[in-house]
Design a protein around this ligand. Sequence first.
Ligand SMILES: *Cc1c(COP(=O)(O)O)cnc(C)c1O
Length: 636
Amino acid sequence: MNSTAEGWTATDGATLYGVEQWGKPYFNVSAQGNIIVQPRGSFHDSVDLVEIVKELQDRSLSLPCIIRFDDILEDCLKRLNTAFENAISQYGYGGCYRGVFPVKCNQQRYLLEQLVESGRRWHFGLEAGSKAELLIALSLLDDPDALLICNGYKDRSYIETAILARQLGRNPILVIEQPDEVRRIIEVNHNLDTAPLIGIRAKLSTHSIGRWGSSVGERAKFGLAIPDIIAAVEMLKAADLLGSLCLLHFHIGSQISDIAVLKDALQEAGQIYVQLTELGAPMGYLDVGGGLGIDYDGSRTATAASTNYSLQNYANDVVATIQECCSSHSIQLPTLITESGRAIASHCSVLIFNVLGTGSVPAEIPELTENEPLTVRNLRYTLANITLENLQEIWNDALKFKEDALYAFRLGYLSLEDRAKAEQLTWACAERIASLATYLNPADLPDGLKSLQLSLANTYYANLSIFRSAPDTWAIGQLFPILPIHRLNERPMYLGRFADLTCDSDGKLARFIDKGHVKTLLELHKYKENEPYLIGLFLGGAYQEVMGNFHNLFGTTNSVHIRLGSNGNYHFDNIVKGSTNAETLQAMEHDPDLLIGRLKLASEIAMKKGNITINEAQALINHLKTSLSEITYHLQ
Ligand SMILES: *Cc1c(COP(=O)(O)O)cnc(C)c1O
């Protein structure tokens, strides 16, 4: 046996799931093998995630549940602002930084309220991409020094709202994304006394790579090409509005994995900014959009689930590139804006779901009886003699004995019962060999054992809908850290994937982070009946729950905010129950009362015919009524 076969500690568990890489500085593993959360970063107070789940269950909040750590949100904001403060002082940049949060990344009320509150000390603002988001931003942002960036398609009422809101002390900047918006802004402004604040979104020629690469370049959906920018400046000048042009914006797509792409974009945008001031626009703001990436797999590589740069690298590049560009033309340095969504909202929310059971092979060992035929005895002997050293060899033996059994059966020498035993014993050998193979380095496994592991992989039935809670795993193959939140001090002896509650064959989690690669099976523990097996999906606070849908009528999950106290304890806040069955039905225009009414009628008819007793009918209707007020997931 090699050395890893002996003990297994929580540290081994942390290493296996890469917690030290992707989890820093908020997630770690306790000596007891539970995931712990350090909401204010390493070296600060920590809370045990399993404890939290227990306390939630005491409050009748069942799984799946989203736990949002307000302190993590605040810490992420702090890190972003600090990174820019550091960069500004390191390069002696003669301007400031003023970030905004794109509302579309997570529109949840309590998250946004918390974000605005936590961001107040940096005058952190919001970015809106639609009229509804504008309404949220206008009502939440009461700090006159915070910015409100208005992106997205803008009709007359959007434009008029943004201009009129200036009278309330809000400062929405209308970013022109489409050539015809210039004309519309000019027209709307004509009838108003207040001047708008105007920005222009540039279509850069710099191409991002990866998933969102097509959001830039000449054929991008948004932004003005250079000739359109020139035309817009002339139109604004003619309408006496050039004095309102204060911002240049670009956005090269989400999850920028490679910092080199950003540098190119910054240089290009910096030149456009300089030229716009030379054309007579006052300017003052340069908005570098979103795209600051998250290291989902902790590999620090330019792969889709990672980034090849740190937050500080990012801030340094923005500050240094723009400084170089503007200083060489002796123009005043702009206030720098980022619209980072993913980088602010991902870490604070953790989705916990439980496993309802596993679909595994029938590997029970049949009872020993007298006078078993040789092939069955051979398989028993094989099973008893599996060791870590002979895995491949002994698997070959098992396969041969199984062949022998089949041959004997065909010739009439083996009873049906004995053939059943032979098959069960073969499965038992396979299971034992595959689980011992998890002790070995995957790279050293012979192909035969690898494919054995694959064919024995278990399906773990997960109490969630990926369409609701992790839609990007399905829509764009996004990876998240997914792992058990307890038993990490116990060697996971199985390989598995998750199937969700929906009746959709796409409803599964079968791609997992693997240090710069992807693995299709995850190391998991034996599922024990009557003992919860809790799984966490981490870093999913951006774009997941808010983009989720009602597939199969699974609704929102329960959710809760957690805030750390001064003495290391924590309290629950904003407990929100997930959608009930009645609510998801109503979302599709069904009337729950009417549905129940129809079934009452059907049960009256069935009673008359003598097909159902009154007690049975009552029970049936009561079940249906109760379920209307319950959440849509499997209740424990
Ligand atoms: C989506 C979006 C963002 C946010 O991007 P992240 O990758 O989440 O930082 C910022 N700006 C604009 C214009 C967007 O459309």
